[in-house]
Write a protein that binds this ligand. Sequence first.
Ligand code: ADP
Ligand code: SF4
Ligand code: MG
Length: 344
Amino acid sequence: MTETQLKNVAGAAEAGVPATPLIEVRDLKVWFPIRRGVVARTVGYVRAVDGVSLKIFRGETVGLVGESGCGKTTLGRSILRLEKAAAGTVCLEGRDLLALSERQLRPLRRRMQMVFQDPFSCLNPRMTAMTIVTEGLRQHNLLEGDRAEVAANLLSEVGLDSDALYRYPHEFSGGQRQRLSIARALSLHPDFIVCDEPVSALDVSVQAQVINLLLDLRARHGLSYLFISHDLSVVRLISHRVAVMYLGQIVETGPAADVIGAPLHPYTQALVSAIPVPGRKKKKRILLEGDLPSPVHPPPGCRFHTRCHRAMDICSRREPKLYAQRGRRVQCHLYESKLEAVED
Ligand SMILES: Nc1ncnc2c1ncn2[C@@H]1O[C@H](COP(=O)(O)OP(=O)(O)O)[C@@H](O)[C@H]1O
Ligand code: SF4
Ligand SMILES: [Mg+2]
């Protein structure tokens, strides 16, 4: 899908024209209990994801960006139901995944896959590449024909030779291992892949190769990605839209070029100021002071007020509404008189 077509789909949804997203997350909350004492009494919650709404359309890549610890991985995992949600809904083509039993969910699981930051830790060290990339097919009773041939085709899709078939994960380089884990994700012909920091552990030159591979596969198979990274300069290489996350919430979304070219939220402005963008005049870096506050006791009002370079009195007292403008959304008091307030 081209960028213009994607903007049209997102625009249609904004204008109220029905266009069912592939994935629709509504007011999702994932809270991890903090337990203490011999009886493991719950004394509080880590609000890792705290009221997130997000749509991802078919063929679209949404880049999810934010500092380490802001809840990106938990959001990605909870969309795939690998984490239990405390509240909210996650729909795959309109069907609420959180309301399904494990048995009902099983046939849908193959449509949604995940690629991790560190493929080494999630590839079984005792399995050959052939077994790794065909194991999912076998478990779903979808393995047809010669296993070696099926595996060789999958390896070739990700740019690995068939002489890799009988090698073990430790015999591959970091980039090759990531290719292997992408082949494993592809084997079940998914519609949607959560890519969780897939290039963060790789050398810069290898990062570009893996991003190019993901772009190729997206074009060839019409895949949708949630592409998670703490690094906006990586996210902008692959994303149609960007969602910026801060302390369990999404504070800004919009087309990638707009969000990165002219960020609205002060947090996004700080993240963008840290990366060189071609065609954009060099601006002064906005330093983010202090650490990310604890998600156990998020600051009142706007969660970002303790670190915001534009903070006003009202920011510590009242939670900002969500404001929208042409496919963009931002949650910040600065836009109260400039943009239209909307519901999620
Ligand atoms: N299983 C867990 N139990 C308790 N806290 C967790 C768990 N997983 C993540 N967290 C906490 O949730 C918050 C968000 O973590 P995470 O989703 O990994 O963020 P990110 O991927 O953006 O770095 C962090 O404070 C982290 O410590
Ligand atoms: S609401 Fe206030 S504190 Fe929050 S981002 Fe906007 S200006 Fe900054
Ligand atoms: Mg993470």
